[in-house]
Ligand binder design. Structure first.
Ligand code: AMP
Length: 408
């Protein structure tokens, strides 16, 4: 999936312990974003990174950060932190923490993740000791700041990850509030998959003569993902899914659907036929979400059924297939969803079900990723669907009529 790079990690001037951790992870060469970002970050420059998950951006910011903190070990004052990484979701924040702990093994850096939905006390106790790296979601972080558990006079580095997702999830206000507590003099990194106006403004205010690196822009998808569209009648979607599961190639499937209710219904049906599966969505408690993710990661369950919010950014290397049970309303989510497969150099398959009323959504996705989809009729529940503008309008109108009837 990654473009070939002739550069070796060895030439990047990172601490030997970091290089051995990278080697132990099996990384042979830095990814393009790592090649571009690591040298200026080691020089202490600010950075604007336009990149999505799957590009290797976590290591791109973590390795130089660990290098900086590991070369200059200091006694941290209680309740002070040397670096802050802000991330939009608990899952992403945990993933980043795991990566940092892994890459910094042997350097004895104090690292902690804080997010909502779990008890505060262990977080407060970790903060009391002072931290080299704090990874946080904005809401819980603000809460802890406002209760006086975190001081920023010793802050050296700020990383804002997935800035456009923060905006989408309504966290931009919280992020700005957090920033208002931070000192001016620090190294700042901002990563975003896209650059909507609000994020561009934030970047302009926050970054000082940043180095700009851009890889794998939002409208491009790796060649590693084979994309298929199955047109089907709504009523046959469940049968189609069951017939697909007869194929042993579908070893580890991330299935996206529109609603939490829909997710639960799909899982109930799958469990009736003894398919090992679980759901992950925002109604689930943090421990349930973590349990489901762990089981999926470790291959105990074959299918993880998710809604968009819960699954964005999740890094699970071996997802063999992504299935879109419903097409996403926002075409950008198509890219986020299918980007969960074909990661870290593996091949992946993304199969999207499309019913007649979703033709417009499919067209919007096609426009975004600059691709004309061919319909794959090689499946037992194939339904001919008209793709003419007239047909899409007709299906829209019948939907409106139905809604009116429903209201009445
Ligand atoms: P990220 O974009 O940070 O979510 O990373 C995506 C995946 O790529 C993760 O599973 C990383 O472990 C993996 N990865 C990061 N850097 C490299 C590299 N240089 N070579 C191979 N895999 C990598």
């Amino acid at each position: 999936m990654y473009a070939e790079s002739t550069l070796e990690f060895q030439s990047l001037n990172l601490l030997p312990s970091i290089l051995s951790q990278v080697e132990a992870k099996g990384y042979t060469h830095p990814t393009p974003i790592q090649v571009q970002a690591i040298p200026p970050l080691l020089e202490g420059k600010d950075l604007l990174g336009i990149a999505k998950t799957g590009s290797g951006k976590t290591a791109a910011f973590s390795l130089p950060l660990i290098d900086k903190l590991g070369r200059n070990k200091v006694n941290i004052t209680p309740n002070h932190i040397r670096s802050l990484i802000l991330s939009p979701t608990r899952e992403l924040a945990s993933q980043i923490e795991n990566n940092i702990i892994n890459y910094s093994e042997g350097l004895e850096l104090k690292t902690k993740v804080v997010f909502g939905g779990v008890g505060k006390q262990p977080q407060i106790e970790a903060l009391n000791l002072g931290l080299d790296v704090l990874v946080a979601t904005p809401g819980r972080l603000l809460d802890l700041i406002e209760r006086g558990h975190i001081q920023f006079d010793e802050l050296e580095v700020l990383v804002l990850d997935e800035a456009d997702m923060m905006l989408d999830m309504g966290f931009l206000g919280d992020v700005k509030k957090v920033i208002s507590f931070l000192p001016q003099n620090k190294q700042t990194l901002l990563f975003s998959a896209t650059m909507p106006g609000a994020i561009e403004n934030l970047a302009n205010n926050l970054l000082h003569t940043p180095v700009k690196v851009e890889v794998d822009s939002e409208s491009s998808l790796g060649e590693a993902i084979e994309q298929k569209i199955y047109t089907v009648e709504k009523i046959n979607k469940g049968y189609l899914l069951h017939s697909m599961l007869e194929d042993p190639e579908l070893t580890s499937v991330l299935l996206f659907c529109k609603t939490k209710f829909g997710a639960e219904r799909i899982v109930e049906n799958l469990q009736r036929t003894s398919v090992a599966c679980a759901t992950i969505h925002s109604n689930k408690s943090q421990s349930e979400r973590e349990r489901a993710l762990r089981a999926f990661r470790e291959g105990e369950i074959r299918i993880l059924v998710a809604t968009d919010i819960a699954a964005r950014g999740i890094d699970i290397k071996h997802v063999s297939h992504v299935i879109n049970y419903n097409l996403p309303e926002d075409p950008k989510n198509y890219i986020h969803r299918i980007g969960r497969t074909g990661r870290a150099g593996n091949k992946g398959v993304a199969i999207s079900f499309c019913v007649e009323s979703e033709v417009v959504l499919l067209k919007n996705i096609g426009k975004l990723i600059k691709r004309k989809f061919e319909i794959d009729s090689n499946q037992p529940f194939h339904k001919e669907i008209s793709f003419s503008a007239k047909a899409s309008a007709k299906s829209k109108n019948s939907k409106k009529k139905k809604q009116r009837r429903h209201k009445g």
